[in-house]
Write a protein that binds this ligand. Structure first.
Ligand code: SF4
Length: 88
C-alpha cells in the first residue's frame, strides 16, 4: 500500500473510532475500497464510493463522497456500510 493510501486508512480509522464503529479488519477489503476511491478521484475528481453509481450530477454525487450519507444508517441496520469498509 502506498503512502497516500496508508494516510487515508489512518484517517478513516480515526473517523471510525470517533463515531464508535470500526474499519473492516480485512486488510484486503480495505485496500480494495481505497483503491476504488482513488480511482474515482482520478476519474471524477472526488473520492466517490466505489460501490455506487456516479451519476455525473454534482449535487447528486455529493451524497456518495466517502464517507457517504448512507453509511451510518447502514452500519446500524446491517452491521456495515455498503462497501464493507466500516463495521459496527
Ligand atoms: S459505502 Fe462505505 S466505502 Fe462506500 S462511500 Fe459509504 S462509507 Fe465509504
Amino acid at each position: 500500500m502506498g503512502e497516500k493510501a496508508a494516510r487515508l486508512v489512518e484517517e478513516y480509522k480515526r473517523y471510525a473510532k470517533e463515531n464508535r464503529f470500526s474499519l473492516n479488519p480485512s486488510k484486503k477489503i480495505v485496500e480494495g475500497v481505497i483503491t476504488g476511491l482513488f480511482e474515482n478521484e482520478k476519474r471524477h475528481g472526488e473520492k466517490y464510493c466505489p460501490c455506487r453509481m456516479v451519476t455525473g450530477k454534482k449535487e447528486e454525487d455529493k451524497k456518495i463522497i466517502c464517507p457517504c450519507i448512507y453509511h451510518k444508517k447502514e452500519i446500524e441496520t446491517q452491521g456495515h456500510c455498503h462497501c464493507r469498509l466500516f463495521f459496527r
